[in-house]
Write a protein that binds this ligand. Sequence first.
Ligand SMILES: Nc1ncnc2c1ncn2[C@@H]1O[C@H](COP(=O)(O)OP(=O)(O)OP(=O)(O)O)[C@@H](O)[C@H]1O
Ligand SMILES: [Mg+2]
Length: 262
Amino acid sequence: MKGQSVMIELKNLSVKYKGSESNALTDINLTFHKGDFVCILGKSGSGKSTLIRCLNGLQQPTEGDVYWNGSSLSTMSEEEIRKVRRKTGMIFQHFNLIPRLSVLQNVLTGMFGYRSTIKNLLGMFTEQEKKQAKQVIFDVGLEDQLNRRVEKLSGGQKQRVGIARAILQQPEALLGDEPVSSLDPGTSNHIFTLLQEMHRRLQLLSIINVHDVTLAKRYATRIIALKAGEIIFDGKPSEFDDEKFFDTYDADDQKQREFSHV
Ligand SMILES: Nc1ncnc2c1ncn2[C@@H]1O[C@H](COP(=O)(O)OP(=O)(O)OP(=O)(O)O)[C@@H](O)[C@H]1O
Ligand SMILES: [Mg+2]
């Protein structure tokens, strides 16, 4: 299983939070390849965020392990884990930006992983670094907002700053935890177009949690559905049919009808 393109592998991974009666994830086995654009579906509480957080060591599994290019996270030193995190760009539902800083300054924070803390604190960025940051800001279409504080931007613009920041990290993998959940459908679609374009151009592995099945079917190359911490579907978007949808979301027609008559 150590094929060239295998980037991340999860083996027999389970997570049980302290004080919880049941597992958040149970015996997950997955292999992710460079070039995969994966959307993870599942209703609230199914384990999507827990899974994403396990991938770069933000969450420790209770059992099993995560392997990056064949090396297990549990045996890595802190420095090695930091390197893995540097290789993963994260984008979040609530953007995680610094509101009072400008678009350019926020995007430049994507370089923090590569720089010493003192230099970060002083905010000293070289001309070369600024040039790189401006290029990614241009790529996400925010060149006319360069010096605007991010608190003044719309949700869609903020998420584009989030994407630019992640891209400036020069990641190998892009992880997203519901990056479009607070955006309207048109803006969400635009953000996914941008993600797909970045994904293809930089030949990334992208793994994105999403609630919107239409978006997942439109953009993903692979869909994984979780239910109560277990994988109930892993396949092509075209195979994620109505039956799988009802199973994933417990959206059984009969139940829906009964509910609407209550
Ligand atoms: N820090 C925590 N401590 C205890 N239990 C937790 C913690 N985080 C999550 N859980 C539980 O683990 C399970 C999976 O949660 P998780 O956040 O991974 O689900 P999710 O699919 O991301 O849900 P959502 O769609 O609402 O974001 C849930 O039952 C949740 O209550
Ligand atoms: Mg979540």
